[in-house]
Design a protein around this ligand. Structure first.
Ligand code: MG
Length: 386
């Protein structure tokens, strides 16, 4: 990859004040996860990496918590409260930048996350000749004018038309002057229109299809690299010893031996916990509850499983179903299966139909066959929660 050329100093305003609830859910789309991180974070990181200073993010008055969470750990981001319209929000950002007196400013919409460095280069280079510059793409589809009666009303000439993207780049003094001088009674479509209204020339530079605006839920589902389904498997063994309690699937089973281990040694819940953790790539049960930690001595394993389900939820996944196989000669699992199934379902927040508990022997072969221990294996499917 070619080294990016060095850029002149520039400030940036990222507009994220829209309600943006079209993708569904309570979180405005600009703060929803897309390709593994909040939508807005993609372009803010790109602009920071390109040297934007200062970098302002314009948000709705009630969005500060969402915005801070989405951009946590990125230094030097200033939040500005926007207005009722996009134009009001940009104006608020420009006024907040006024004291910094930057030479150039890029104004970008948070809904366009995939911002190529090459577009930033072209925009800033064009400001040497023009007070404004915008990225554009040709129109590829044929165009039709819609008549009032819903029929085709005339011919539209696509050769002269361009699709306009953001960021839009401006000499700061020109764009803030144009915004302050705006006398239009309706909202300008974008900042380039504000500048041209005050007779500033706007260069058209080559845009990029990657800059496409994310609008509908389908964009999140189809483009997001996080898969809709993930699967995990878990396996565990504990030794059977006299004098120990036998916990299996979260219930205490009367037996002449019990399972030995640091916690309650519930081999069934350990296998399911590892399957959940495996499905979302969160390590294994020992990562989260190390046997070296005395606080887990004798601990009930249900809390391990509940924690794993919570981690999956935090990663955006809900458990769909569980299939567990216990491998032992004794005790007989059948009589305890309904209670185990109910308890596993309760611990995981599932209906019982989503939980399968099976058992087998190894025909007296191996350590399970000799009654020295119990083994368990589990498979868990998780689905992405929209
Ligand atoms: Mg274990």
């Amino acid at each position: 990859m070619a080294l990016p050329m060095s850029l002149p100093p520039f400030a940036a305003i990222v507009v994220a004040a829209g309600k943006g609830l079209r993708v569904g859910g309570d979180t405005p789309k600009q703060f929803s996860s897309w390709r593994g991180k909040p939508l807005i974070r993609h372009s803010v990181e790109t602009l920071k990496g390109a040297g934007a200073e200062p970098l302002l993010v314009v948000i709705a008055p009630d969005a500060l918590d969402h915005a801070e969470a989405a951009l946590t750990g990125i230094a030097g981001v200033t939040f500005v409260i926007g207005g009722a319209t996009r134009q009001d929000s940009v104006r608020a950002g420009l006024e907040a930048l006024d004291a910094a007196v930057p030479d150039h400013v890029l104004i970008h919409d948070a809904a366009r996350p995939d911002l190529p460095h090459s577009v930033i280069e072209r925009l800033l280079a064009a400001l040497a000749q023009h007070p404004g510059a915008i990225p554009v793409l040709p129109v590829v589809d044929s165009l039709a004018l819609a008549g009032a009666d819903g029929t085709m009303g005339g011919k539209a000439e696509r050769a002269a038309l361009r699709r306009v993207q953001t960021p839009q780049a401006f000499r700061f003094s020109a764009i803030i002057t144009a915004h302050r001088a705006w006398t239009g009674t309706t909202d300008a479509g974008d900042d380039a229109q504000v500048l041209t209204a005050s007779l500033g020339s706007v260069a058209l530079v080559e845009g990029d299809e990657r800059l496409k605006k994310i609008t509908f839920a389908e964009d999140f589902v189809n483009i997001d690299t996080a898969p809709t389904f993930r699967i995990g498997q878990g396996f565990d063994v504990h030794r059977l010893e006299p004098g120990e309690e036998l916990w299996l699937g979260g219930i205490l089973i009367p037996h002449d031996k019990g399972l030995a281990g640091h916690s309650d040694a519930d081999v069934a819940l350990h296998a399911i916990t590892d399957a959940v953790l495996g499905a979302v790539g969160e390590g294994d049960i020992g990562t989260h509850f190390p046997p070296s930690d005395p606080q887990w001595r004798g601990a009930r394993s249900g809390q391990f499983l509940a924690h794993a389900v919570e981690l999956a939820r935090a990663a955006g996944y809900a458990v769909a179903n569980v299939d567990l196989t216990l491998i032992c000669e004794a005790p007989k699992i059948g009589p305890h299966r309904p209670a185990m199934r109910a308890e596993v379902a309760r611990l995981m927040g599932l209906t019982e139909t989503a939980v399968s508990i099976k058992a087998t022997t190894t025909e007296k072969l191996g350590f399970t066959g000799r009654g020295e221990g119990i083994a368990a294996q589990a498979v868990v499917l998780v689905t992405r929660a929209l």
